[in-house]
Design a protein around this ligand. Structure first.
Ligand code: ATP
Ligand code: MG
Length: 392
């Protein structure tokens, strides 16, 4: 029965010019989301509201799922749109709407009327009373509760009349495109896809870098990362994924540096390379899935050593999260099942049996000098030979 959907957003926080930027970005993201649904839709902005209108056949569940994946939308309200055929007809239509939409009638309610057209014969107070009375007459099991109603019936008199009471929660956050771009270090694990999702939720567009080590890591491991990027792109929009062959660099580190520092030195080269790609692509920061104490390379000392090679800010949205909290988000955004597939990651080959947990930055930097003769060429080659996968 619904063909029109009203999208709510956190407008009270927005003022002046920012508001237009926010709304235009949101309209663009909503258009992107509905373009992936079956059917044709019109997305438009009217009087600081965003509406999605289905122009023909469409799948309700598919559309709601798409709109529930747009950052910036706080609620989705399916709206019944009526022609203005007089107030008596409106009351009948509201009663019929309730018959269709709210099967269980034992609820408390309040009517919230609003006139965008001041020439309407009744004012909003009168409308509230009259429509409320009609509902009570038609459904005697209902009761009015103006303070904490179970259901709020919105009746808005505009060019046409809008009636709605269903409020489906959206994701909140900010529309992608309002916050610049960042480079996500995306591995096949649980954490980094969640980290990318979280930063993107604040309006940030993503690019991603993945390091693999063929033939030590398999094609399936690479595909898993492409699949993860695809899964989060449902929320974040298109992602340019840079795939870097890290084998030669990893082998050099293995041959020339102390084994207990392998992971840290490797992580430092990942950060350096990701930062180079980030700067080339106008990214304003790096994102990782690191969390304090999760593994040896994520102690405060290790994070300090990894961070030291970057000048761009490194965003670590999971820094204080427990694993179970990360898992809960991974499940919500549907990356969990893919992340737990058991393929080799380049971090899990060439690992030391006893990695340092309290590396000293100066000592690490000293040992990296062992790579001086070869590393620049290797990094250059890795960058030149990178593969770029456009997600979406
Ligand atoms: P994740 O679950 O995200 O893989 P993790 O718990 O396995 O994280 P690490 O392997 O120490 O932790 O990696 C820490 C962070 O470094 C990751 O969250 C990710 O951002 C980045 N990272 C690790 N390995 C890679 C890789 N092969 N390619 C790109 N980024 C990586
Ligand atoms: Mg990992």
């Amino acid at each position: 029965m619904f063909r029109t959907f009203l999208l709510k957003y956190g407008e009270i926080f927005l003022k002046g010019k920012n508001r237009y930027m926010f709304e235009d970005a949101l309209v663009e993201q909503v258009k992107r989301a509905v373009a992936k649904c079956d059917g044709e839709f019109k997305v438009h902005k009217s009087l600081s509201r965003i509406y999605v209108e289905a122009l023909g056949d469409f799948d309700y569940d598919e559309l709601i799922d798409a709109l529930s994946s747009v950052f910036g939308v706080t609620a989705i309200c399916p709206v019944l749109v009526l022609e203005d055929l007089g107030f008596e007809q409106l009351k009948e239509d509201v009663v019929k709407y309730i018959a269709d939409v709210h099967e269980e009638k034992n609820f408390t309610f309040k009517v919230h009327s609003k006139r965008a057209r001041k020439n309407y014969p009744l004012n909003s107070m009168e409308m509230n009373c009259e429509i409320g009375g009609a509902i009570l007459d038609a459904y005697p099991e209902t009761r009015v509760d103006v303070h904490k109603p179970d259901i709020l019936f919105y009746v808005e008199i505009r060019e046409r009349i809008y009636v709605y009471s269903i409020i489906i929660p959206g994701l909140g956050g900010m529309p992608v495109g309002t916050g610049g771009k960042a480079m996500l270090l995306l591995s096949g694990g649980l954490d980094s896809p969640v980290a990318g999702y979280m930063v993107s939720k604040r309006g940030v567009k993503l690019e991603a870098t993945y390091f693999h080590a063929p033939p030590y890591t398999s094609e399936r491991a690479r595909q898993k990362v492409v699949d993860l990027a695809q899964l989060i792109s449902k929320y974040t929009g298109p992602i340019k994924l840079h795939v870097i062959n890290f084998t030669e660099i990893q082998k050099a580190i293995y041959e020339l540096c102390p084994h207990d520092e392998l992971t840290i030195i490797m992580r430092r080269y990942m950060m350096r390379i990701a930062e180079t790609i980030a700067l080339e692509n106008n990214c304003l920061g790096l994102i990782t899935g690191e969390s304090i104490g999760q593994v040896a390379s994520q102690t405060m000392q290790s994070l300090n050593a990894t961070n030291a090679v970057c000048t761009l800010p490194v965003y670590r949205p999971l820094i204080a999260f427990d694993k179970q909290d990360i898992v809960a988000i991974a499940e919500k955004i549907n990356t969990y099942e893919t992340s737990i597939l058991p393929y080799e990651d380049c971090c899990t080959i060439f690992v030391a049996e006893h990695p340092v947990t309290k590396p000293n930055v100066n000592v690490i930097a000293k040992h990296e000098e062992n790579l001086a003769d070869c590393i620049d060429d290797m990094v250059k080659r890795a960058l030149e030979e990178r593969e770029i996968v456009e997600i979406e």
